[in-house]
Design a protein around this ligand. Structure first.
Ligand SMILES: [Zn+2]
Length: 170
């Protein structure tokens, strides 16, 4: 005997994307993909594939092949969940890719920390430029290497010749 459930009228609210909490429509990820994303989300700075591999291995107690992790990273990249910082050869997790697809990565050439800013203004600008060329944009990522706020005093010191305090010997 089958039970009948009548749908409650309350649950049939018109759904709008604004009503959904962010992240509620996440991609269904495998354990390996989720763990890789987790490693990148917790990373203190952009990390390369081999460092990702080392951390995922430790988290899952596995001994994965580099090719495996490359494939996982590639998948997450295509899904818009992580971004490769080309000039660093390292990866960062994207906080919320649905708000805006345009990212600016500011990364420090001194300590390699990266900060990501998502901005609709840049997205508009890129879209406009692309439309003029009839160009279909794949990714909207702008990379800005430079010196972060923490390293700036150190950088200034070394430029005035008083680098002894800041630099390691060797
Ligand atoms: Zn820095």
């Amino acid at each position: 005997m089958a039970k009948r459930f009548s749908p409650s009228p309350r649950s049939e609210r018109p759904s709008g994307s604004r009503l959904r909490p962010p992240g509620s429509e996440r991609h269904k990820l495998t354990e390996l993909q989720a763990s890789t994303l987790d490693v990148l989300s917790k990373a203190e700075k952009p990390i390369g594939a081999y460092e990702i591999l080392r951390r995922v291995d430790a988290a899952l107690r596995r001994d994965l092949k580099p090719m495996t992790i490359y494939r996982v990273i590639e998948y997450l990249d295509r899904a818009g969940l992580v971004t490769r910082i080309e000039s660093l050869g390292a990866y960062v997790a994207n906080s919320d890719t649905r708000r805006s697809t345009a990212h600016i990565h500011f990364w420090c050439t001194h300590c390699r920390q990266a900060s990501t800013v998502e901005t609709a203004a840049i997205e508009k600008l890129i879209s406009k430029g692309a439309a003029a060329l009839g160009f279909k944009v794949g990714k909207m990522v702008v990379e800005c290497p430079g010196i972060c706020a923490e390293c700036l005093p150190v950088d200034r010191l070394s430029k005035t010749g008083d680098a002894a305090k800041a630099s390691r010997t060797g």
